[in-house]
Design a binder for this molecule. Structure first.
Ligand code: F6P
Length: 454
Protein backbone atom coordinates (compact mmCIF):
# COMPACT_ATOMS: atom_id res chain seq x y z
CA UNK A 1 0.00 0.00 0.00
CA UNK A 2 1.53 3.30 -1.08
CA UNK A 3 2.02 6.13 1.41
CA UNK A 4 1.49 8.66 -1.39
CA UNK A 5 -1.96 10.25 -1.03
CA UNK A 6 -1.53 13.76 -2.37
CA UNK A 7 0.78 14.85 -5.18
CA UNK A 8 1.60 18.09 -6.93
CA UNK A 9 2.17 18.43 -10.67
CA UNK A 10 4.05 21.30 -12.32
CA UNK A 11 5.41 22.27 -15.74
CA UNK A 12 8.65 24.22 -16.17
CA UNK A 13 10.84 25.66 -18.93
CA UNK A 14 9.71 26.42 -22.48
CA UNK A 15 6.37 24.88 -23.37
CA UNK A 16 6.11 21.89 -25.71
CA UNK A 17 3.08 20.28 -27.34
CA UNK A 18 2.02 17.39 -25.10
CA UNK A 19 2.37 19.05 -21.68
CA UNK A 20 -1.40 19.04 -21.20
CA UNK A 21 -1.55 15.38 -22.21
CA UNK A 22 0.91 14.55 -19.39
CA UNK A 23 -1.07 16.61 -16.85
CA UNK A 24 -4.27 14.85 -17.92
CA UNK A 25 -2.69 11.42 -17.59
CA UNK A 26 -1.23 12.26 -14.17
CA UNK A 27 -4.62 13.43 -12.91
CA UNK A 28 -6.56 10.46 -14.31
CA UNK A 29 -4.04 7.80 -13.20
CA UNK A 30 -3.68 9.31 -9.72
CA UNK A 31 -7.42 9.73 -9.26
CA UNK A 32 -7.98 6.11 -10.28
CA UNK A 33 -5.51 5.14 -7.54
CA UNK A 34 -7.24 7.29 -4.93
CA UNK A 35 -4.54 9.99 -4.95
CA UNK A 36 -5.39 13.72 -4.87
CA UNK A 37 -3.64 15.97 -7.39
CA UNK A 38 -2.76 19.63 -6.87
CA UNK A 39 -1.84 21.63 -9.97
CA UNK A 40 1.04 24.04 -9.32
CA UNK A 41 1.15 27.06 -11.63
CA UNK A 42 4.28 28.53 -13.18
CA UNK A 43 6.64 25.75 -12.21
CA UNK A 44 7.91 25.84 -8.57
CA UNK A 45 6.28 29.26 -8.09
CA UNK A 46 3.12 27.21 -7.55
CA UNK A 47 4.52 26.12 -4.19
CA UNK A 48 5.67 29.60 -3.19
CA UNK A 49 2.47 31.53 -3.78
CA UNK A 50 -0.66 29.88 -2.30
CA UNK A 51 -2.92 31.44 -4.92
CA UNK A 52 -0.95 29.60 -7.62
CA UNK A 53 -2.13 26.11 -6.70
CA UNK A 54 -5.45 24.35 -7.19
CA UNK A 55 -6.86 20.84 -6.99
CA UNK A 56 -7.15 19.07 -10.35
CA UNK A 57 -9.86 16.46 -10.92
CA UNK A 58 -10.66 14.48 -14.07
CA UNK A 59 -13.31 17.12 -14.77
CA UNK A 60 -10.60 19.81 -14.87
CA UNK A 61 -8.53 17.99 -17.45
CA UNK A 62 -11.30 16.82 -19.75
CA UNK A 63 -10.66 18.00 -23.30
CA UNK A 64 -7.04 19.14 -22.83
CA UNK A 65 -5.36 16.13 -24.48
CA UNK A 66 -5.18 17.82 -27.86
CA UNK A 67 -4.26 21.30 -26.63
CA UNK A 68 -0.79 22.80 -26.99
CA UNK A 69 0.71 24.93 -24.21
CA UNK A 70 0.06 24.07 -20.55
CA UNK A 71 -2.99 24.78 -18.40
CA UNK A 72 -0.61 25.28 -15.47
CA UNK A 73 1.55 27.94 -17.09
CA UNK A 74 5.34 27.76 -17.10
CA UNK A 75 8.41 29.91 -16.61
CA UNK A 76 11.72 29.78 -18.42
CA UNK A 77 14.00 32.07 -16.50
CA UNK A 78 17.19 30.21 -15.68
CA UNK A 79 18.41 29.51 -12.18
CA UNK A 80 15.73 30.26 -9.54
CA UNK A 81 18.27 29.70 -6.77
CA UNK A 82 20.32 32.70 -7.82
CA UNK A 83 18.09 35.40 -6.29
CA UNK A 84 15.92 35.86 -3.20
CA UNK A 85 12.19 36.21 -3.77
CA UNK A 86 9.81 38.69 -2.25
CA UNK A 87 6.23 37.67 -1.39
CA UNK A 88 3.54 39.41 0.74
CA UNK A 89 4.89 37.31 3.59
CA UNK A 90 8.44 38.63 3.25
CA UNK A 91 11.70 38.03 1.40
CA UNK A 92 12.99 34.47 1.27
CA UNK A 93 15.67 32.28 -0.17
CA UNK A 94 13.85 30.55 -3.07
CA UNK A 95 14.92 27.00 -2.26
CA UNK A 96 14.17 27.33 1.48
CA UNK A 97 10.75 28.75 0.77
CA UNK A 98 9.90 25.93 -1.66
CA UNK A 99 10.92 23.32 0.95
CA UNK A 100 8.90 25.05 3.66
CA UNK A 101 5.79 25.42 1.51
CA UNK A 102 6.01 21.82 0.27
CA UNK A 103 5.70 20.68 3.91
CA UNK A 104 2.91 23.16 4.68
CA UNK A 105 0.73 22.13 1.74
CA UNK A 106 0.78 18.51 2.91
CA UNK A 107 1.99 17.16 -0.41
CA UNK A 108 3.64 13.72 -0.41
CA UNK A 109 5.43 14.00 -3.75
CA UNK A 110 5.73 15.92 -7.02
CA UNK A 111 5.62 15.18 -10.74
CA UNK A 112 7.94 17.71 -12.39
CA UNK A 113 7.52 18.00 -16.16
CA UNK A 114 10.29 19.90 -17.91
CA UNK A 115 13.47 20.07 -19.93
CA UNK A 116 17.04 19.92 -18.72
CA UNK A 117 16.72 23.15 -16.71
CA UNK A 118 13.60 22.07 -14.82
CA UNK A 119 14.97 18.56 -14.33
CA UNK A 120 18.17 20.02 -12.85
CA UNK A 121 16.16 22.23 -10.45
CA UNK A 122 13.98 19.22 -9.55
CA UNK A 123 17.06 17.15 -8.83
CA UNK A 124 18.25 19.84 -6.40
CA UNK A 125 14.92 19.71 -4.56
CA UNK A 126 15.01 15.91 -4.54
CA UNK A 127 18.44 16.06 -2.88
CA UNK A 128 16.99 18.48 -0.31
CA UNK A 129 14.27 15.96 0.51
CA UNK A 130 11.28 16.36 -1.82
CA UNK A 131 10.14 12.97 -3.18
CA UNK A 132 9.61 13.52 -6.88
CA UNK A 133 9.72 12.06 -10.38
CA UNK A 134 10.75 13.94 -13.53
CA UNK A 135 9.06 13.76 -16.93
CA UNK A 136 11.29 14.84 -19.87
CA UNK A 137 9.88 17.49 -22.17
CA UNK A 138 11.52 19.28 -25.06
CA UNK A 139 11.00 19.98 -28.71
CA UNK A 140 14.81 19.90 -29.03
CA UNK A 141 15.16 16.15 -28.27
CA UNK A 142 18.37 16.92 -26.39
CA UNK A 143 17.68 15.18 -23.05
CA UNK A 144 20.01 12.26 -22.43
CA UNK A 145 18.82 8.82 -21.36
CA UNK A 146 15.57 8.81 -23.33
CA UNK A 147 15.25 8.06 -27.02
CA UNK A 148 12.50 10.65 -27.37
CA UNK A 149 10.58 13.40 -25.62
CA UNK A 150 7.08 14.55 -26.42
CA UNK A 151 6.99 17.82 -28.37
CA UNK A 152 9.79 16.84 -30.72
CA UNK A 153 7.59 14.96 -33.19
CA UNK A 154 5.17 17.89 -33.37
CA UNK A 155 8.03 20.34 -34.00
CA UNK A 156 9.52 18.10 -36.71
CA UNK A 157 6.12 17.66 -38.38
CA UNK A 158 5.55 21.41 -38.43
CA UNK A 159 9.03 22.12 -39.80
CA UNK A 160 8.60 19.44 -42.47
CA UNK A 161 5.33 20.98 -43.56
CA UNK A 162 7.03 24.38 -43.75
CA UNK A 163 9.85 22.96 -45.89
CA UNK A 164 7.27 21.35 -48.21
CA UNK A 165 5.60 24.71 -48.66
CA UNK A 166 8.89 26.50 -49.25
CA UNK A 167 9.81 24.05 -52.01
CA UNK A 168 7.09 25.32 -54.34
CA UNK A 169 7.92 29.00 -53.94
CA UNK A 170 11.68 28.34 -54.09
CA UNK A 171 11.22 26.41 -57.33
CA UNK A 172 8.90 29.01 -58.84
CA UNK A 173 11.44 31.81 -58.27
CA UNK A 174 14.55 29.65 -58.63
CA UNK A 175 15.71 30.97 -55.31
CA UNK A 176 17.67 29.74 -52.35
CA UNK A 177 15.37 29.40 -49.34
CA UNK A 178 17.09 29.14 -45.97
CA UNK A 179 14.93 27.77 -43.15
CA UNK A 180 16.11 28.36 -39.57
CA UNK A 181 14.74 25.86 -37.07
CA UNK A 182 15.05 25.58 -33.29
CA UNK A 183 16.99 22.95 -31.38
CA UNK A 184 19.42 24.94 -29.21
CA UNK A 185 22.87 23.32 -29.39
CA UNK A 186 21.71 20.19 -31.22
CA UNK A 187 20.58 19.46 -34.75
CA UNK A 188 17.80 16.93 -34.14
CA UNK A 189 14.97 19.07 -35.53
CA UNK A 190 17.04 20.32 -38.48
CA UNK A 191 18.21 16.84 -39.40
CA UNK A 192 14.89 15.03 -39.12
CA UNK A 193 12.80 17.77 -40.71
CA UNK A 194 15.49 18.31 -43.34
CA UNK A 195 15.52 14.66 -44.36
CA UNK A 196 11.72 14.37 -44.16
CA UNK A 197 11.31 17.54 -46.22
CA UNK A 198 13.98 16.65 -48.79
CA UNK A 199 16.17 19.66 -48.02
CA UNK A 200 19.21 20.02 -50.24
CA UNK A 201 21.55 21.12 -47.48
CA UNK A 202 21.23 20.63 -43.72
CA UNK A 203 23.48 22.51 -41.33
CA UNK A 204 23.61 21.31 -37.74
CA UNK A 205 25.60 22.42 -34.67
CA UNK A 206 27.39 19.08 -34.43
CA UNK A 207 29.11 19.69 -37.81
CA UNK A 208 30.48 23.22 -38.24
CA UNK A 209 29.82 24.29 -41.81
CA UNK A 210 31.76 25.85 -44.69
CA UNK A 211 29.62 28.23 -46.75
CA UNK A 212 31.94 27.94 -49.75
CA UNK A 213 31.06 24.26 -49.93
CA UNK A 214 27.37 25.02 -49.55
CA UNK A 215 27.60 27.59 -52.35
CA UNK A 216 29.39 25.05 -54.55
CA UNK A 217 26.64 22.52 -53.93
CA UNK A 218 24.04 25.08 -54.96
CA UNK A 219 25.99 25.92 -58.13
CA UNK A 220 26.24 22.18 -58.89
CA UNK A 221 22.50 21.83 -58.50
CA UNK A 222 22.02 24.74 -60.88
CA UNK A 223 24.27 23.04 -63.41
CA UNK A 224 22.25 19.87 -63.52
CA UNK A 225 19.00 21.75 -63.71
CA UNK A 226 17.68 22.08 -60.16
CA UNK A 227 17.72 25.85 -60.08
CA UNK A 228 16.46 26.26 -56.55
CA UNK A 229 17.81 25.00 -53.25
CA UNK A 230 16.41 24.51 -49.77
CA UNK A 231 18.89 24.94 -46.93
CA UNK A 232 17.79 23.95 -43.41
CA UNK A 233 19.93 25.49 -40.69
CA UNK A 234 19.66 24.78 -36.97
CA UNK A 235 19.66 27.90 -34.80
CA UNK A 236 22.77 26.59 -33.04
CA UNK A 237 24.74 25.82 -36.22
CA UNK A 238 28.02 27.66 -36.61
CA UNK A 239 30.67 28.05 -39.29
CA UNK A 240 33.99 26.24 -39.01
CA UNK A 241 36.10 28.22 -36.58
CA UNK A 242 33.16 30.53 -35.79
CA UNK A 243 30.58 30.78 -33.06
CA UNK A 244 26.81 30.62 -32.66
CA UNK A 245 24.63 33.59 -33.60
CA UNK A 246 22.79 35.23 -30.70
CA UNK A 247 19.70 37.41 -30.42
CA UNK A 248 20.50 38.11 -26.81
CA UNK A 249 23.48 37.42 -24.55
CA UNK A 250 22.99 35.53 -21.29
CA UNK A 251 22.24 37.76 -18.32
CA UNK A 252 21.25 37.04 -14.71
CA UNK A 253 18.27 34.68 -14.67
CA UNK A 254 18.32 34.22 -18.44
CA UNK A 255 20.22 31.90 -20.72
CA UNK A 256 21.56 33.18 -24.06
CA UNK A 257 18.99 33.33 -26.88
CA UNK A 258 20.05 31.76 -30.14
CA UNK A 259 18.88 33.13 -33.47
CA UNK A 260 19.93 34.85 -36.67
CA UNK A 261 21.96 32.03 -38.25
CA UNK A 262 19.46 31.72 -41.12
CA UNK A 263 19.62 35.39 -42.06
CA UNK A 264 23.42 35.39 -42.19
CA UNK A 265 23.49 32.14 -44.13
CA UNK A 266 21.03 33.45 -46.75
CA UNK A 267 22.95 36.70 -47.15
CA UNK A 268 26.30 34.96 -47.53
CA UNK A 269 24.94 32.42 -50.01
CA UNK A 270 23.43 35.19 -52.11
CA UNK A 271 26.80 36.93 -52.24
CA UNK A 272 28.63 33.74 -53.16
CA UNK A 273 26.18 32.30 -55.71
CA UNK A 274 24.61 35.54 -57.04
CA UNK A 275 21.27 33.79 -56.64
CA UNK A 276 18.36 35.48 -54.93
CA UNK A 277 18.03 34.15 -51.40
CA UNK A 278 15.37 34.43 -48.72
CA UNK A 279 15.31 33.21 -45.17
CA UNK A 280 12.48 32.08 -42.90
CA UNK A 281 12.68 31.65 -39.13
CA UNK A 282 10.15 29.07 -37.94
CA UNK A 283 10.68 30.11 -34.33
CA UNK A 284 7.97 29.51 -31.76
CA UNK A 285 5.53 28.19 -34.36
CA UNK A 286 7.41 24.92 -33.81
CA UNK A 287 6.27 24.89 -30.18
CA UNK A 288 2.66 25.87 -30.78
CA UNK A 289 -0.45 24.04 -31.85
CA UNK A 290 -1.83 20.60 -31.19
CA UNK A 291 0.52 17.71 -30.42
CA UNK A 292 0.81 14.95 -33.00
CA UNK A 293 -0.66 11.51 -32.27
CA UNK A 294 2.83 10.25 -31.42
CA UNK A 295 3.40 13.04 -28.89
CA UNK A 296 -0.05 12.63 -27.32
CA UNK A 297 0.57 8.93 -26.84
CA UNK A 298 4.08 9.34 -25.47
CA UNK A 299 2.98 12.15 -23.14
CA UNK A 300 0.05 10.11 -21.84
CA UNK A 301 2.31 7.11 -21.22
CA UNK A 302 4.86 9.35 -19.45
CA UNK A 303 2.16 10.80 -17.15
CA UNK A 304 0.80 7.39 -16.19
CA UNK A 305 4.28 6.01 -15.59
CA UNK A 306 5.30 8.97 -13.42
CA UNK A 307 2.39 8.33 -11.05
CA UNK A 308 3.20 4.60 -11.00
CA UNK A 309 6.80 5.38 -9.99
CA UNK A 310 5.67 7.70 -7.19
CA UNK A 311 3.26 5.05 -5.90
CA UNK A 312 6.13 2.55 -5.85
CA UNK A 313 8.39 4.98 -3.99
CA UNK A 314 10.83 5.27 -6.91
CA UNK A 315 11.85 8.87 -6.25
CA UNK A 316 14.62 10.90 -7.85
CA UNK A 317 13.99 9.22 -11.20
CA UNK A 318 13.09 10.43 -14.69
CA UNK A 319 10.68 8.49 -16.87
CA UNK A 320 12.62 7.50 -20.01
CA UNK A 321 11.47 6.07 -23.31
CA UNK A 322 13.39 2.89 -24.11
CA UNK A 323 11.13 1.41 -26.80
CA UNK A 324 9.06 -0.61 -26.34
CA UNK A 325 9.25 0.19 -22.62
CA UNK A 326 9.21 3.20 -20.33
CA UNK A 327 11.88 2.87 -17.65
CA UNK A 328 12.96 4.91 -14.63
CA UNK A 329 16.49 6.33 -14.80
CA UNK A 330 18.24 8.33 -12.05
CA UNK A 331 17.86 12.10 -12.46
CA UNK A 332 21.51 12.38 -11.48
CA UNK A 333 22.45 10.61 -14.72
CA UNK A 334 20.53 13.13 -16.80
CA UNK A 335 21.18 16.62 -15.50
CA UNK A 336 23.95 18.77 -16.89
CA UNK A 337 24.26 16.75 -20.10
CA UNK A 338 23.13 17.31 -23.68
CA UNK A 339 22.17 14.56 -26.13
CA UNK A 340 23.85 15.53 -29.40
CA UNK A 341 23.27 13.99 -32.82
CA UNK A 342 25.79 11.12 -33.07
CA UNK A 343 27.84 11.59 -36.21
CA UNK A 344 27.91 7.86 -36.89
CA UNK A 345 24.12 7.53 -36.70
CA UNK A 346 22.26 6.18 -39.70
CA UNK A 347 20.36 9.46 -39.98
CA UNK A 348 23.59 11.36 -40.54
CA UNK A 349 24.75 8.72 -43.01
CA UNK A 350 21.46 9.03 -44.84
CA UNK A 351 21.67 12.81 -44.91
CA UNK A 352 25.19 12.59 -46.25
CA UNK A 353 23.90 10.64 -49.21
CA UNK A 354 23.77 7.14 -47.84
CA UNK A 355 26.15 4.23 -47.88
CA UNK A 356 26.04 3.62 -51.58
CA UNK A 357 26.14 0.22 -53.09
CA UNK A 358 29.17 0.34 -55.37
CA UNK A 359 27.48 -1.28 -58.33
CA UNK A 360 24.39 0.91 -58.01
CA UNK A 361 26.64 3.92 -57.82
CA UNK A 362 28.59 2.88 -60.87
CA UNK A 363 25.35 2.52 -62.80
CA UNK A 364 24.14 5.90 -61.59
CA UNK A 365 27.43 7.57 -62.42
CA UNK A 366 27.46 6.08 -65.89
CA UNK A 367 23.90 7.24 -66.49
CA UNK A 368 25.18 10.74 -65.74
CA UNK A 369 23.06 11.40 -62.66
CA UNK A 370 25.61 11.36 -59.91
CA UNK A 371 23.12 11.88 -57.10
CA UNK A 372 20.87 9.12 -58.32
CA UNK A 373 22.28 6.33 -56.21
CA UNK A 374 21.30 7.71 -52.84
CA UNK A 375 19.32 10.37 -51.08
CA UNK A 376 19.64 13.82 -52.59
CA UNK A 377 20.41 15.50 -49.27
CA UNK A 378 23.72 16.29 -47.67
CA UNK A 379 24.90 17.86 -44.48
CA UNK A 380 28.49 18.81 -45.12
CA UNK A 381 29.49 17.55 -48.57
CA UNK A 382 27.67 18.20 -51.85
CA UNK A 383 25.88 15.07 -53.03
CA UNK A 384 27.62 14.42 -56.34
CA UNK A 385 31.02 14.63 -54.72
CA UNK A 386 30.10 12.80 -51.55
CA UNK A 387 28.40 10.04 -53.50
CA UNK A 388 31.32 9.67 -55.79
CA UNK A 389 33.74 9.88 -52.92
CA UNK A 390 31.85 7.23 -51.03
CA UNK A 391 32.52 4.95 -53.93
CA UNK A 392 36.10 6.11 -54.19
CA UNK A 393 36.41 5.59 -50.44
CA UNK A 394 35.15 2.07 -50.93
CA UNK A 395 37.53 1.58 -53.78
CA UNK A 396 40.48 2.70 -51.76
CA UNK A 397 39.44 1.05 -48.50
CA UNK A 398 41.38 -2.14 -49.16
CA UNK A 399 43.97 -0.19 -51.02
CA UNK A 400 44.42 2.05 -47.99
CA UNK A 401 45.59 -0.85 -45.90
CA UNK A 402 47.90 -1.76 -48.74
CA UNK A 403 49.94 1.38 -48.20
CA UNK A 404 48.04 4.45 -49.36
CA UNK A 405 48.98 7.44 -47.28
CA UNK A 406 46.57 9.73 -45.49
CA UNK A 407 47.89 12.47 -47.70
CA UNK A 408 46.82 10.64 -50.84
CA UNK A 409 43.46 10.05 -49.30
CA UNK A 410 43.12 13.77 -48.66
CA UNK A 411 44.11 14.46 -52.26
CA UNK A 412 41.27 12.27 -53.37
CA UNK A 413 38.91 14.27 -51.24
CA UNK A 414 39.79 17.30 -53.30
CA UNK A 415 38.59 15.68 -56.50
CA UNK A 416 35.46 17.37 -57.67
CA UNK A 417 32.51 15.81 -59.40
CA UNK A 418 33.83 16.69 -62.86
CA UNK A 419 37.15 15.05 -62.13
CA UNK A 420 35.46 11.91 -60.83
CA UNK A 421 33.32 11.89 -63.96
CA UNK A 422 36.55 12.31 -65.95
CA UNK A 423 38.06 9.24 -64.32
CA UNK A 424 34.95 7.34 -65.24
CA UNK A 425 35.46 8.44 -68.83
CA UNK A 426 38.90 6.91 -68.62
CA UNK A 427 40.98 9.94 -67.74
CA UNK A 428 43.81 9.59 -65.30
CA UNK A 429 43.10 10.85 -61.73
CA UNK A 430 44.41 14.42 -61.40
CA UNK A 431 46.79 13.68 -58.55
CA UNK A 432 48.01 10.18 -58.75
CA UNK A 433 48.06 8.13 -55.61
CA UNK A 434 51.10 6.12 -54.56
CA UNK A 435 52.27 4.66 -57.93
CA UNK A 436 53.28 1.36 -56.35
CA UNK A 437 49.74 0.82 -55.17
CA UNK A 438 48.25 1.86 -58.49
CA UNK A 439 47.79 -1.66 -59.97
CA UNK A 440 45.71 -2.74 -57.01
CA UNK A 441 43.62 0.40 -57.23
CA UNK A 442 43.14 -0.06 -60.97
CA UNK A 443 42.09 -3.67 -60.47
CA UNK A 444 39.48 -2.83 -57.88
CA UNK A 445 38.29 0.15 -59.90
CA UNK A 446 37.82 -2.18 -62.89
CA UNK A 447 35.82 -4.65 -60.84
CA UNK A 448 33.43 -1.90 -59.79
CA UNK A 449 33.21 0.35 -62.82
CA UNK A 450 33.77 -2.23 -65.53
CA UNK A 451 36.92 -0.80 -67.08
CA UNK A 452 40.51 -0.19 -66.15
CA UNK A 453 41.49 3.44 -65.45
CA UNK A 454 44.56 4.73 -67.25
O1 F6P B 1 14.24 24.53 -25.64
C1 F6P B 1 13.18 24.84 -26.46
C2 F6P B 1 13.44 26.10 -27.23
O2 F6P B 1 12.32 26.36 -28.05
C3 F6P B 1 14.73 26.12 -28.03
O3 F6P B 1 14.64 25.39 -29.22
C4 F6P B 1 14.93 27.60 -28.21
O4 F6P B 1 16.29 27.92 -28.41
C5 F6P B 1 14.44 28.16 -26.91
O5 F6P B 1 13.57 27.20 -26.35
C6 F6P B 1 13.70 29.46 -27.03
O6 F6P B 1 13.39 29.91 -25.75
P1 F6P B 1 12.40 31.10 -25.45
O7 F6P B 1 11.00 30.60 -25.65
O8 F6P B 1 12.69 31.42 -24.04
O9 F6P B 1 12.72 32.19 -26.41
Amino acid sequence: MSSVKKIGVLTGGGDAPGLNAVIRAVVKTATNAGVTVIGLEDSFDGLIYPEKSRPLTPRDVTGILRLGGTILGTVNRGDPFAHPITTPQGTFNYADRVMEMFQKTGLDALVCIGGDGTLAISYEFYKKGIPLVGVPKTIDNDIVGTTSCFGFDTAVSFATDAIDRLHTTAEAHRRIMVVEVMGRYTGWIALQAGVAGGADVILIPEIPYDLDKVAQCIRDRDKWGARFSIVVIAEGAKPKGGSVTLIEEAHPGHVERLGGAGAICARELETRTKKESRHVVLGHLQRGGAPTAFDRTLATRFGGKAVELLMKGQYGKMVANHPPDLVPIPLGDVVGKIKKVPLDSDLVTTARGGIVDEMALAAALKSGHLAGAGVDVWIDEPPPLSHALLAVDNVIATYHTAGITQDSRENMRTWNAQQVAGILRGERPPRLINPEAWPKFAQRFERIFGFRPK
